[in-house]
Write a protein that binds this ligand. Structure first.
Ligand code: ZN
Length: 272
């Protein structure tokens, strides 16, 4: 082999190795970001501290990207999951990540069978009514309870179920302490980082932002290294998805399907 042939062989091998690393999807939300605890000031564009929330989210997301890449991920895609998928910018995300944004985003628009090897949640909150949850809710603050075949689920459980339908496990979550506990119900082997917890009746105790980022980075790296240990959460069909609302906020609705995805498409079809 001459020099050029050897170089081509090396480059080919490098390409093959890179292509073999796990493909990771990061799903973001805002309510579970460290330091975010006020729905009137920190969650929506135009609110007094929204820009700070965005910066904190970006810091946490990019720490997760860095951790995943350091553990050998070959591809990291971020889905902007908060407020109708319009909180993140390509200006801010890690240079090696890519961003999915925009509505509507039914699950099968961005997921397909084994499209990713694992999902990481960043900034995630617990389900409506969760004990000790910070800014806990399920989809909207008017929903009291969502069940999947009778089992209470929040956004974490619903995404784990849809991802499971596509044979993708959730391998890591950062968010408040109650959100971490919630993921472990469906994915007991997942890595979790509690960046904050409820302190007293409505206050939160958060890690500093640098400490949250450091823990998220190492947790994401551990999860990606252990990715082969995970089994996706599988929900047997037929599936009944039920929404119950707080008094005066709506009437309960039920969506049915042979699979989780079919039941969800019923609900997504009803979205404005
Ligand atoms: Zn949100």
């Amino acid at each position: 082999m001459d020099y050029t042939q050897r170089l081509i062989l090396l480059l080919t091998l490098a390409g093959v190795c890179a292509a073999q690393g796990p493909k990771i999807l990061i799903i973001t939300d805002m309510e579970g970001v460290g330091g975010v605890n006020n729905a009137e000031e920190q969650l929506l564009p135009g609110q007094r501290r929204f820009d700070e929330s965005r910066r904190l989210l970006v810091g946490e997301v990019n720490a997760a990207v860095e951790g995943a890449l350091s553990a050998g991920a070959s591809e990291v895609v971020i889905w902007d999951g908060h407020d109708g998928s319009r909180s993140l910018s390509i200006e801010d995300i890690h240079p090696r990540a890519r961003l999915i944004q925009g509505r509507p985003t039914p699950a099968d628009y961005y997921l397909k069978d084994r499209a990713y090897d694992g999902i990481l949640f960043v900034g995630q909150h617990a389900m409506a009514g969760a004990k000790n949850g910070v800014l806990a809710h399920s989809q909207s603050f008017s929903v009291e309870r969502i069940t999947l075949n009778g089992r209470a689920v929040g956004e974490i459980g619903q995404i784990a179920a849809i991802a499971g339908y596509f044979h993708i496990p959730v391998i890591m979550l950062s968010g408040d302490e109650a959100a971490c506990a919630e993921l472990l119900e469906y994915q007991p082997k997942a890595e979790t980082v509690a960046v904050k917890r409820l302190a007293g009746k409505a206050s939160t105790l958060s890690l500093s932002h640098p400490e949250a980022k450091a823990r998220i980075q190492s947790s994401a790296a551990r999860a990606v290294k252990r990715i082969h240990e995970f089994t996706p959460w599988s929900v047997d069909g037929p599936v009944e998805l039920r929404f119950e609302y707080y008094p005066g906020k709506g009437t309960s609705t039920v969506y049915r399907g042979q699979t989780v995805l079919e039941a969800y498409e019923g609900w997504l079809g009803k979205l404005p």
